[in-house]
Design a protein around this ligand. Sequence first.
Ligand SMILES: C[S@@+](CC[C@H](N)C(=O)[O-])C[C@H]1O[C@@H](n2cnc3c(N)ncnc32)[C@H](O)[C@@H]1O
Length: 360
Amino acid sequence: MRDGGTTAPAGLASAAKDSLCAAGATPCLPKTAFGERAMPEAIRESPARERKTRMLEEVRAGLSAQRKHLPSTYFYDRAGSRLFEQITRLPEYYLTRAERVLLMDRAPAWIAKLRPRSLIELGPGSAEKTRVILDALHVAETTGVYAPIDVSAAFLQETVARLRQEYPRLAMRPIVADMRGDLGVPSTLPRPALFAFLGSTIGNFERANAIRLLSRLRAAMLTDDRLLLGVDLKKDVRLIEAAYNDAQGVTAAFNRNVLRVLNRELGADFDPDSFEHLAFYASEHDRIEMHLVSNREQDVTIPGAGVFPFRLGESIRTEISCKYDRDDVESLFAGAGLVSEEWAAHPEGLFAIMLGAPAS
Ligand SMILES: C[S@@+](CC[C@H](N)C(=O)[O-])C[C@H]1O[C@@H](n2cnc3c(N)ncnc32)[C@H](O)[C@@H]1O
């Protein structure tokens, strides 16, 4: 089940947009406002050695812990990003559909009011929902540059290539970066900027790390910039657990993909079939925990990191996905120097988007 599809955005992207741009009625013209020559492609490869060193350190620390864990960032190579894309279309995965409903409802008014000249998005994935914002930007005749920031380099390139076809006159500044470090937001982007952090990716961060990340976002914002933060809401646990335990097993394949990434990038010898997918709601933390459970006693060797023994039934926690209410988000904002301007919640309480601004 596809999340609303791309018909409307793709349609908007052609004729109407071209005629507006050709008539000079919109500042989305790359050649006049932010010409391709003046603002060249900005795919900035994270240095491979830096990535490998960090990955090795994190994997060694995570697998040496009493309760083994791995950063969820390493799900996302090209295959992992494609699997996540499939997850967003699953009948059980309400998050994407609910957030899209909110964006379709609110984005036009937000954009008309803020009139941002840049859209800077953290972790866009396939940018399906971003198209709702891009279309609103186009209708408001305001957009200058779209700057998606993602760690999944090859998939980001695919996303940008598709957007280029759909929005031929939109200037793009794709940035490959790990959002857990320097966000790499160029200071030259036209302002005001709308920052978007959708898909409840913030939920993958423990509270302290979420505040750190939002603080870095805040530091990249100027007074008139705004942030759209998408969050998954606390609700009936059965609905939440179903979203991470789909009947087709796509989430299980996504979960195991982290082992494939470690095998390829670190030369590890994980046997993905010897780990079972487990996802459950940990009510004491208001979060989903996703694990890989060893279905036999085994040793896993990771060159440069060590040999890691697994007992039968021992698990690696591979992802957390925190669930929120409005107070939780206000509290994250307060910790990060942000203030909330508007809370848009799905009518069935499935999902919410907080519009935030830098605290003065
Ligand atoms: C849960 S998906 C959300 C995708 C999309 N925003 C959506 O709502 O469907 C998380 C996105 O963040 C990216 N990502 C994960 N960890 C990252 C990191 N540390 N730095 C940058 N991007 C990251 C992934 O590649 C993916 O595109």
